[in-house]
Design a protein around this ligand. Structure first.
Ligand code: ADP
Length: 250
């Protein structure tokens, strides 16, 4: 995660105060383009993307390799910025935010689940899961309680003191899911969450996402697996940097 410990949770939240109505989507991209420039090549990773997600949706984002899925997820996760267009998240226009404000909004509003788990090898399971709470000025007792609750919800309470290398891939991803939900974010972003797992563990992680969605979470998930994509409530297909199909699966 990019958030730096130097980014104080006590910064004044004035510019982040949501000005939203209940009907406003949780997130909305308007005419977004992303161009990557290297010395010799200009790559248009996204173009003319209009994409809005309502609270409570579970969106599967699919498309061939290189079509722009990860770029889209990075922008949704405030890990990258569009070259053109606007992005509104939880009632906040993200364009004018400072780095600190972006980090704060990201930390409070978004939980990430990555293909490669991205746990910190030197930290125990308990400390890994507690990381997103570290910047919030929460008491140690409350933090411990929240971590235990998150680990219980992924059935990993018995591995608090373990280190990531002592866990199977499936267990590591369950810990990563606990880390993603510990801060009770409005939005869960998952980039190929089952990509490094065998089918049984992949299905178990998908069951966890389904449960989180049933409990009210909004989920955007990139996947190559068509059977997992079918479980989402909406399917968004990306091709050559554009959203080429977007349909409900309810
Ligand atoms: P996908 O996730 O669908 O495989 P990506 O979003 O990773 O696609 O990539 C979309 C396009 O943008 C690809 O052509 C890729 O090579 C290019 N791209 C992605 N990230 C960068 C980067 N940091 N610098 C240059 N080009 C990039």
């Amino acid at each position: 995660m990019e958030t730096s410990p130097l980014e104080s949770p006590y910064a004044k939240p004035t510019r982040l105060r949501p000005a939203m109505t209940t009907t406003e989507p949780l997130l909305e991209l308007t005419d977004v383009a992303k161009v990557y420039l290297t010395e010799t090549v200009e790559t248009r990773a996204l173009r003319e993307v209009h994409f809005a997600v309502k609270r409570g949706e579970w969106v599967a984002i699919v498309g061939p390799s290189g079509s722009g899925k990860s770029t889209l997820l990075s922008i949704l996760g405030l890990l990258d910025t569009p070259t053109q267009g606007s992005y509104r998240l939880a009632g906040v226009s993200t364009e004018g935010l400072t780095g600190r404000e972006r980090a704060r909004l990201r930390n409070r509003s978004i939980g990430f689940i990555f293909q490669t788990f991205n746990l910190i090898g030197e930290l125990t399971v308990e400390d890994n899961v507690g990381l997103p709470l570290g910047y919030r000025g929460m008491s140690a007792g409350e933090r411990k309680e929240r971590v235990r609750e998150a680990l219980a919800s992924v059935d990993m309470s018995h591995r608090l003191e373990h280190y990531p290398a002592q866990l199977s891939g499936g267990q590591q991803q369950r810990v990563a899911v606990a880390r993603a939900i510990v801060g009770k974010p409005e939005l869960l972003l998952a980039d190929e969450p089952t990509g490094n797992l065998d089918s049984a563990n992949g299905a178990a992680v998908m069951d966890l996402l389904a449960k989180l969605h049933d409990d009210g979470s909004t989920v955007c998930m990139v996947t190559h697996d068509t059977s997992f994509a079918k479980r989402a409530t909406r399917l968004t297909s990306v091709f050559d940097g554009r959203v080429v199909e977007d349909r409900s699966q309810l």
